[in-house]
Design a binder for this molecule. Sequence first.
Ligand code: C5P
Ligand code: MG
Length: 167
Amino acid sequence: MTSKSLSSALPYRIGYGEDAHRLARGLPLILGGVPIPHAEQGAVAHSDGDAVLHAVADALLSGLALGDIGHYFPDTAAEYKEMDSRIILDRALMLVRARGYAPVNVALVVTLDRPKLGPLRAEIAQTVAGLLDLPATEVGVSFKTSEGLAPDHVQTRVTVLLGRTRD
Ligand code: C5P
Ligand code: MG
């Protein structure tokens, strides 16, 4: 079997996405649709700067080789300024569903030095899962510090498994 026919026979595809934002004082920090209380710094961004939802959206698109969110939402367009990133994720999900796939599970890692996000793990998992129409048990959420290497920076890396929902 050629690799092309193998990929059409197998019902799963892997997607991977990343996003990073610079942090600055006086801005809100939103991760996975959850506003982070007591964050000293927030994301410098054209949209609401939600690095988790941006990376999840890119992971969904990459699994089907559909490009990335910048292709659909250019950060030069005035209409996308301060945009709610849930709209970006919803668009990526629609594109995936239109091709007969749906997310199966998600694994995401947020790298941020401060504040500690552990207490928000369940809320972030629940919120991301809700946006993808998945149970929270299908969204794994890990946190890492940069060990002081990038204190003014938030980064998210995401893998997603996509499953075929129809032929
Ligand atoms: O990156 P490091 O291994 O030092 O992280 C130690 C612990 O701190 C991890 O268990 C992680 O869940 C937690 N953590 C956190 N919030 C962050 C960064 C790390 O709760 N912003
Ligand atoms: Mg972003």
